[in-house]
Design a protein around this ligand. Structure first.
Ligand SMILES: CCC/C=C/C(=O)SCCNC(=O)CCNC(=O)[C@H](O)C(C)(C)COP(=O)([O-])OP(=O)([O-])OC[C@H]1O[C@@H](n2cnc3c(N)ncnc32)[C@H](O)[C@@H]1OP(=O)([O-])[O-]
Length: 719
């Protein structure tokens, strides 16, 4: 819908589809009719277009892209009259003018905005390109170079920069509609000819610019096709007359919109929003619970994780006390924080002023008592249950009664930790991923007594510190690491059976993972996994040695332990699965010594090797993990498949253009997924992770799309 009124000779058109005024069929039709009315009305001297509520418009209605064809009028049809009008047309922008929203504004002769407004072409992030003239009009306004930057990155441009670039003509501080009306009146009588973008020429930036940009984009957005299509469309603006450029843009848009990547990226956009709507088994949820304010925080442990978490807090303006038991470790932690801040300034991710501001809100202490007054504490000490319980018992006595106590455990039982306190409702897991300052995922884990208020607080905190928080229930290793286990286990089995670690990594990287499994292990440190495995086995009363091949009838492969025992700890020691030349260096080269070690290992246990295809590598690793994902859903550890996909996208870098593992399974068709898992179960009976999930079995009979799985799960509590 679009509302129309004539205010003293000014036609005021309101895009009416809150909260973001997405340009649905009704809005496009409404806009077209309103522009026609303004054009025909002799009393109207000028036109203002604005959005209802806080936003101008977030662009095309993404939901209309799925499957069925978008109904006419397109945005371009709706806006043609703005372009052709001899009456000045002004876009009055508050909030966001994104995608098609910005395209509407570019059809207007003038654009004004509030100081906090943002403009941009984020289409590339949902797998498409600005298909309503954006790639043809923006270069005519701000030139090829800036257009390439904005359109291939999808970044939002703030008002000040938009003014400098020439996208905005003015920044206004009063009511945006009134300002729009005044501005429009002020330009009545001025010939609009020079303001019509289609009439302008695009400067010839030369073809070399595009050759360079193609290489840059291929490297920066590896695997994504949309940024390359964007470049082609922008190049057309330079090479073709306006109308032919528009045709070329539409052709490229239509190719993209029907691609698998666009479908996956749009799924991811909505999955992130669905995942943010959490629910506890009690029924309490994100709509009913309110977060407590977090004005100050504490972090315990100044190691890599603790320092990274403190950095997230202070760069979000939260005064934080960083506590270590030892002054020397504390100083090392502070150096890490300072070093990372300097690095961010060098990379222009923040200004020196912002870095100084962040460091000014960091306090340090070697005394837990200094946490007595903070609103929330995140404990990030070594993964040891007894130590964590001891710390929580102390915190319970020291901190004020409202303080929320979070543990950054990646696997330990939240309820057991909570039992050390008298405030079990205020104990919760906040599992960050290394490096904590960079990785977006915050896996929040509720225990059986964690209150809705506590959950609301850590979910809100996650958003505030620029993470993507996902809520999960307690189980061994939670969701991310629990699913990682069969994935990593299969990688080792594949190596035993004949694939080299380098072939495994190559298959994963070709699929789109940022790093193969073995490179990730080297980065985290092989000794960490070694210790975790030994401790976990000890808790189960098992003594692991590198000769162990079965535990309680289940196949294991401890090749990584063999490497650790040879002093190959990963990047930190200069060699692990790969050779790095010297400790701390990042460039990985395959190492014949590792291949010899594997040969020797296989000879020792008489394992027959065979040629393994990259398809088998991907299927075994991914399906083992996907099967675990269905078990997690079946057990109610997460309430919806979107949670799992968001965990893999933001925790492990699963490519957004593949939509997450559960979406991937959906695309493979569940009956195929189930059949393959059953086959693997038959072929590998000594691996419990191949036992097919009962939920998967049920869903595979129904052919329901992923969007309907949750309703089936909820209607069948006993699967
Ligand atoms: C065809 C010609 C070429 C044109 C192409 C395009 O324009 S492509 C488009 C290019 N544009 C983009 O890619 C911009 C996409 N949008 C955004 O980036 C953000 O929504 C935001 C920055 C506008 C507001 O962030 P925020 O944190 O304040 O709010 P929020 O994110 O929670 O959203 C609120 C609700 O609105 C929903 N919704 C939002 N946008 C759309 C949409 N376009 N469509 C449909 N729905 C949309 C969103 O799902 C949510 O619904 P829910 O969950 O409540 O049922």
């Amino acid at each position: 819908m679009a509302n129309y009124r004539n205010k003293g000779g000014v036609a005021v058109i309101e895009l009416n589809n809150p909260p973001v005024n997405a340009l649905s069929f009704e809005v496009r039709s409404g806009l077209m009719n309103a522009l026609k009315r303004a054009h025909d009305d002799k009393d109207v001297k000028c036109i203002v277009i604005h959005g209802k509520g806080k936003n101008f418009s977030a662009g095309a209605d993404i939901k209309e892209f799925g499957g069925t064809k978008q109904q006419k009028p397109w945005i371009t049809d709706a806006c043609r009259l703005a372009d052709e009008s001899s009456k000045p047309v002004v876009a009055a922008i508050a909030g966001t003018a994104l995608g098609g929203g910005l395209e509407v504004a570019l059809f207007c002769h003038y654009r004004i905005g509030t100081p906090s407004c943002r403009v941009g072409f984020p289409e590339v992030q949902i797998g498409v390109l600005p298909g309503a003239g954006g790639t043809q009009r923006l270069p005519r306004l701000i030139g090829v170079k800036h257009s390439i930057d904005m359109i291939t990155s999808g970044r939002h441009v703030m008002a000040e920069e938009a003014l400098k670039l020439g996208i905005l003509d003015k920044i206004v501080t009063d009511d945006i509609i009134e300002e729009g009306i005044q501005f429009a009146k002020s330009v009545v009588g001025i010939d609009v000819g020079g303001r019509i973008l289609r009439n302008r020429k695009v400067e010839d930036a030369g073809s070399k610019v595009f050759d360079d940009e193609i290489s840059r984009v291929k490297k920066k957005y590896k695997g994504y096709i949309a940024p390359l299509f964007c470049l082609k469309a922008i190049q057309a603006s330079m090479q073709l007359p306006y109308d032919a450029g528009m045709e070329q843009e539409l052709k490229l848009f239509q190719q993209l919109v029907s691609s698998g990547q666009a479908k996956a990226q749009q799924y991811t956009f909505f999955a992130e929003r669905i995942s943010a709507r959490w629910q506890l088994p009690s029924g309490a949820n994100s709509q009913t619970a309110s977060p407590l304010p977090v004005k100050t925080a504490g972090v315990i442990g100044a190691g890599t994780m603790g320092a990274g978490i403190a950095l997230c807090l202070i760069t979000s303006g939260i005064p934080t006390v960083l506590v270590e038991q030892d002054q020397k470790f504390l100083e090392k932690g502070v150096k890490t924080v300072e070093g990372d801040l300097r690095g961010s300034v060098a990379l222009k991710k923040m200004t020196a002023e912002q870095a100084n501001k962040a460091i000014s809100v960091l306090k340090t202490s070697v005394n837990l008592e200094d946490l007595h007054d903070v609103d929330l504490v995140i404990e990030a000490v070594y993964e040891n249950l007894a130590l964590k319980k001891e710390i929580f018992a102390k915190l319970d006595k020291i901190c004020k009664s409202k303080t929320i106590l979070c543990t950054n455990t990646s696997s330990l039982d939240i309820d057991t930790i909570a039992e050390a306190t008298k405030r079990r409702d205020k104990v919760v897991g906040t599992h960050f991923f290394a490096p904590a300052y960079i990785m977006k995922l915050q896996e929040n884990v509720y225990g059986k007594d964690t209150s809705a208020e506590t959950v609301a607080t850590v979910m809100a905190l996650g958003k505030r510190i620029r993470k993507v928080p996902v809520l999960v229930g307690t189980c061994d290793s939670f969701v991310a690491n629990r699913m990682l286990h069969p994935y990593a286990t299969e990688a080792l089995f594949l190596v035993e059976e004949g694939a080299s670690p380098y072939e495994v990594d190559q298959a994963l990287e070709d699929f789109g993972m940022p790093m193969g499994m073995f490179r990730v292990s080297d980065l985290s440190g092989l000794d960490i996994g070694y210790k975790v495995r030994k401790e976990a086995a000890k808790r189960r009363g098992i003594e692991l040695t590198s000769d162990t091949r079965f535990v309680n009838g289940e196949r294991v492969c401890l090749l990584a332990n063999v490497l650790v025992e040879k002093g190959r700890l990963g990047i930190k020691s200069g060699k692990g699965w790969y050779n790095y030349g010297s400790p701390g260096k990042r460039e990985a080269t395959p190492d014949p010594e590792v291949l010899d070690t594997i040969e020797e290992y296989c000879r020792k246990y008489d394992i027959k090797k065979r040629k393994i295809s990259s398809q088998e590598i991907l299927e075994r690793m991914q399906l083992a993990m996907i099967n675990e994902g269905f078990k997690i859903l079946e057990e109610g550890i997460v309430s919806k498949p979107e949670d799992i996909d968001i965990i893999w996208i933001y925790g492990f870098g699963w490519p957004k253009y593949m939509g997450g593992p559960m979406f991937y399974a959906n695309e493979m068709k569940l009956k195929n997924v189930y059949r393959k898992i059953r086959d693997f179960h038959q072929n590998y009976p000594f691996s419990i992770h191949w036992t097919p999930s009962k939920l998967l079995a049920r869903l595979s009979e129904t052919d329901l799309p992923i969007s309907k799985w949750t309703s089936l799960i909820n209607s069948n509590s006993k699967l």
